[in-house]
Structures are given as C-alpha cells and as structure tokens.
Ligand binder design. Sequence first.
Ligand SMILES: NC(=O)c1ccc[n+]([C@@H]2O[C@H](COP(=O)([O-])OP(=O)(O)OC[C@H]3O[C@@H](n4cnc5c(N)ncnc54)[C@H](O)[C@@H]3O)[C@@H](O)[C@H]2O)c1
Ligand SMILES: C[C@@H](O)[C@H](N)C(=O)O
Length: 343
Amino acid sequence: MRTAVLAEPTHFELEERPRPSPGPDDVLVAIRDVGICGSDIHYYEHGRIGDYVVDYPLVLGHESAGEVVEAGENVTGLEPGDRVALEPGVPCRRCAHCKRGDYHLCEDVRFMATPPHDGAFAEYVAWPADFAYELPESVSTVEGALCEPLSVGIHACRRGNVGTGDTVLVTGAGPIGLLAMEAARAAGATDIVVSDVVGEKLDFAAERGADLTVDVTETDLETAIDEYTGGIGADVVVEASGADPSIQSTVDAVRRGGTVVLVGLADEATVPFDVLEVIDNEIDVHGSFRYKNTYDAAVDLLADDAVDVEGIVDFESPLDDVEAAFQRAMEPTAIKGMITLDS
Ligand SMILES: NC(=O)c1ccc[n+]([C@@H]2O[C@H](COP(=O)([O-])OP(=O)(O)OC[C@H]3O[C@@H](n4cnc5c(N)ncnc54)[C@H](O)[C@@H]3O)[C@@H](O)[C@H]2O)c1
Ligand SMILES: C[C@@H](O)[C@H](N)C(=O)O
C-alpha cells in the first residue's frame, strides 16, 4: 500500500508497504480522508513534541476516516462497506486510569502518529473495531476525520460544564478553537466570543457565527469581555491558543465562580498565573487532555447538523502531494488541510 512516511525532518517519502492484516478484534480500513493537525506539523518541522521524539521513519496523521474492507472474526456491528471514523488513541484497558474510566489518561495509550506509533497517512489501517465509529449516510468521511479535533472541543466543553445560555470565551481561532466554538454552541452556549491575534482568523470565526471577536493586538480582552457581559465576565473560558499572554488573560476574562479550561499547550511548562484571582474569585481551572467517550457524540452532532466542521477545511491534497500540503498548512492564515485518498 502507498504510505507517506516522514523519513527525516521536513521530508516525506512515498513508500510501498505491506497492507496490514487485521487481528480478530480489528477492522481493516481503506483510508479516505486524513486531516493535518498542528501536532503533525510540529513533528514534521521539529521532530519532537516535548518528550515525544520521532525515531524516523514515522507515519503521521491521526484525524482519519475511511471504509471498512475487512473485519476480524470477533468483530460484530461493522462489516465491509461501512464507513467509519477512527478514534486514534487506543488505551491498554487494564491500568488504574482505564479502570476508572479515564481511558484518555492511560499512560500506555497507542496514539496514532505519536512516536513510536504510526498514523494514518496510508492507504490502509488495521484498527480495533471498538475505536471505529460507523458514519451514517449523511456524514462524509471528511467530517468523520474531523470528529477528532471536534472531540477535543467537546471534551473541553464538558470539562468546562458549558450549559444553556452560557457566555463562552474561546481564545485562539485555529481548528481547535473553531471546533470548541461549535461544541459550545451545541452544548447550549448562546454567546460566543473569540479572540485571536490574526485578523483573518477572527473574520473567519465571525463568518462561522462568533457573536463577538476580539483582536487582542488592538483591544484589551478583559475590557471587551466586561463591555459584552455588563461587567460580569464569561461563564467559561476555553483557552485554545497555547500563547502565554492568552493563558494569563483567562482569569481576568472569566466571571467570579466561572470556569477556565486550558486546552492550548504552552511552549514552556511554566506560565505565570494570578493564583490570587483564582482563589478570590473561586475560579475553577481545568486541564483538558484529548478526549474520552466523545466520538459517538461527535457523529450524532454531525448527523443532526448541529455542528459544521467541514467548513474549516481550506484545502484538500492527494497523498502524493503530502509535502506540498504540509508547506501550505504552515502558512499563517491556513486553517485545516485534508489529505484525500482515492477509492
Ligand atoms: N489539550 C489537548 O488535548 C490538545 C489537543 C489538540 C491541540 N491542542 C493544542 O491546542 C492549541 C490549539 O490548536 P490548533 O490546532 O487550533 O492551533 P493553531 O496554532 O492552529 O491555533 C492557535 C490560534 O491561536 C492564535 N493566537 C496566538 N496568540 C494568541 C493570543 N495571545 N490570543 C488569542 N489567540 C492567539 C493563533 O493566531 C492561532 O489562530 C495548540 O496549542 C495545540 O497544541 C491541545
Ligand atoms: C489530541 C490530538 O489532536 C493531539 N494532537 C495530540 O496528539 O494529543
């Protein structure tokens, strides 16, 4: 099968590799669409993210969907011809975290495209059937692939307990912020404010329904939120930029008794943070790591047309052009590139 392999920093090679064989509990999936995520770009450019260091060659891509072509002997509920979204992190199922139900915190998770595990920029992937979610007729495989970043947004909104009538501030209008905005709206938020430092990103967020956008290079975020909420502050802040100033501003923008959800990964582990504001204002600060039990919800939201994910895709490229696609994805105004594979 054709496979795009990251052979060295900033260089892919197209290789012929053997088609994987599904185990008894797996499905073999002919991949149709794979999104390019910021973490793929980071591995492409820098060869590492924190302690995860690429041992070349590595297959990138973890936002994937395709068509089942073979099902292992124990698989029930999926058969050849079914279209599925693949949840990329398969946990050990045995550790204390898995047994508590926090399978996304499993330390032995096999997560696609996270060293040393290969991802989905390939014609076929064999994957455990219980981490493959059937897509109804009305949901495309592009949408199936985007269940992954949508899941990050759903999990963040669950961590923030976003509810009916809430005002939610999303800081950062990249794919994660835009899809957190979708998830917040679907969870009942009626007012969504989005901040960024790039005007084009904010224009795009406004086109997609943000009620207010704030360019923090021009306007003070706390002042803008105060004006919008009559001095109260946002009920929930979802921090989706990873930028230090944005992380610091969350505690000023949230209301007393509100919740801050930290999704964006800061460059450094330590960011100065006003803990007295957190204490005096009883602010709940939650980390949000990947997701758990979100794929069924993501597929249902898509089937109900309750979220728009496909609209964030700004270009599609074939597997053969993966290198050019990554170069394009690195442009400052790019949002989401999609690698498409022929049937
Ligand atoms: N916690 C998790 O499980 C998880 C999962 C996926 C991604 N992430 C992280 O979430 C973040 C967002 O991911 P993405 O793919 O959307 O990234 P992205 O780089 O595409 O988007 C980040 C956005 O933040 C904007 N930004 C920069 N400085 C800002 C500031 N001071 N205020 C407001 N916005 C600012 C950028 O212009 C950009 O539009 C990244 O840090 C990523 O690593 C975390
Ligand atoms: C969750 C996923 O999208 C993220 N890029 C990660 O590797 O954790």
